[in-house]
Design a protein around this ligand. Structure first.
Ligand code: HAM
Length: 430
């Protein structure tokens, strides 16, 4: 019987692993330079943690199981409930501000398609305990800093920003009772994701009249500076709506100050499917090709309290290797450094079979001294060994031959330039 990898999972052969390591390293570099500290949690949690907190969309995609102690567990489909649980457990003693990032492997039993797998790496960065709009801006800045880091410009991608509080204020003003908002968010989130007929069908289920549907459409289609102005007019006199419009304006001003204003635009159509968001919400998209969100996040005011913690607000985002790599590949922007599978400083070669013990001894010595060193298992002509050295992407070849026998010297060849020189064994490595 022949086995294949399960649908929606990926095998990482060395060349795939090089790309994966490159992207995880880029996430780490960017997070650290933006002042975030790394954390991690367990790969599975109690099922109830996600049932309570993630919202319908994610819960329907959970991989869950019962352990031998009859505990209902689930493999993490996202990181936010784990983060909230961890912070709740030590809320009093953690140094502030809490700016944490993580690069967990997560699983969702989604239908595999372009940009979506059932197992992926999800970069998360969150700021907890800071209500100020500057934290909203910083969270968006770190994603955009990463976009820049990998060469994605405002011509390649856009960050669409909205506020659930503004949406809530406008919905309430239009007569949609707050108890109905959660269901409305789930449906409005689908407006740009479903074909129009399918969207109309789900919209019918959560609305009661054509007038309600028309009110919703007026609100949710607003985008860009003019859209925000229209909503400001619609919300005039409503204290909550006015406060949220002012906060959004201040957010856009701060993002401009941070030099990333060109990536950002207001879009009421970004509602986000997850249940816990309460304030600013945002999603990044490629401008051409891939239609899937490349990142998504927002502010959650009640999540920690709902888990028994203190009343602390937080915000953050998630983004995955799958979508970023699809986008970079589409644009032909994956850098050469992402394709390097080995980091060998030296490839040690014997010019004569009798010198093989020297090769073994020298390779081991180089490794002990901290260098990447490799040699061929097969005794073969120098040309073939040199070829192997280039295939393995070694920086230099070290040839043990007549020079060694005659005067204890080695020939060191730079494989990039072809330059070679004789070096006394005593002074090697330099
Ligand atoms: P999310 O929108 O469910 O949010 O996922 C965030 C990002 O993860 C998506 O924009 C997408 O890039 C990626 N993603 C989601 N599902 C898949 C999949 N099946 N395959 C590949 N990539 C995927 C969250 O998970 C929130 N917990 C983010 C967050 C952190 N909010 C606050 N802090």
């Amino acid at each position: 019987m022949k086995f294949q990898a399960v649908k929606g999972t990926r095998d990482f052969y060395p060349e795939d692993m090089a790309v994966r390591n490159w992207i995880l390293q880029a996430w780490r570099d960017v997070s650290l330079r933006n002042g975030f500290e790394e954390y991690d949690g367990p790969i599975f949690e109690y099922l109830d943690l996600f049932k309570a907190k993630s919202g319908e969309g994610i819960v329907s995609e959970l991989f869950h199981f019962v352990d031998r102690g009859d505990r209902e567990l689930a493999i993490r489909p996202e990181m936010t409930p784990t983060l909230a649980r961890m912070i709740c457990a030590k809320a009093q003693s953690l140094p502030r501000p809490i700016k944490w990032f993580s690069v967990p492997r997560v699983c969702r039993a989604e239908k595999p398609q372009r940009g979506r797998q059932r197992e992926f790496f999800q970069w998360n960065a969150d700021i907890v305990g800071v209500d100020d709009v500057v934290a909203d801006a910083e969270c968006i800045l770190v994603v955009l800093d990463f976009f820049r880091y990998v060469g994605l410009t405002p011509a390649d991608c856009v960050m669409k920003i909205n506020s659930r509080s503004l949406l809530a204020a406008l919905l309430t003003a239009k007569g949609f009772a707050p108890e109905r908002h959660a269901d409305l968010y789930v449906v409005l989130d689908k407006r740009d994701k479903l074909p129009p007929e399918a969207y109309a069908e789900v919209l019918d289920k959560v609305t009661r009249s054509a007038e309600e549907r028309s009110d919703l459409e007026t609100i949710v289609q607003a985008r860009g500076e003019s859209g925000l102005r229209d909503l400001a007019t619609l919300g005039r006199g409503n204290e909550a709506a006015e406060a949220e419009v002012a906060r959004l304006r201040s957010l856009f001003d701060t993002l401009a100050l941070m030099g990333v204003g060109d990536y950002c635009t207001f879009d009421m159509g970004v509602v986000r499917g997850l249940a816990y968001y309460t304030g600013v919400v945002f999603e990044g998209f490629g401008r051409a090709g891939l239609q899937r969100a490349i990142c998504g996040g927002g502010r959650y005011d009640h999540l920690l309290q709902a888990l028994g913690g203190p009343p602390m607000s937080g915000l953050g985002f998630g983004s995955s290797d799958v979508v970023i790599l699809d986008l970079l590949n589409d644009l032909g922007r994956l850098p050469a450094s992402a394709k390097v599978t080995s980091r060998l400083d030296y490839f040690v070669i014997d010019a004569e079979m009798s010198l093989f013990p020297v090769v073994i001894e020298l390779t081991a010595r180089l490794r002990r001294a901290g260098h990447g060193a490799e040699f061929s298992y097969r005794r073969q002509a120098i040309g073939k060994q040199l070829k192997q050295a280039s295939t393995r992407q070694a920086a230099k070849a070290v040839i043990v031959g007549a020079e060694y026998r005659d005067r204890k010297a080695l020939v060191v060849k730079n494989l990039a330039t072809g330059q070679q020189s004789e070096v006394p064994l005593d002074g090697f490595p330099p």
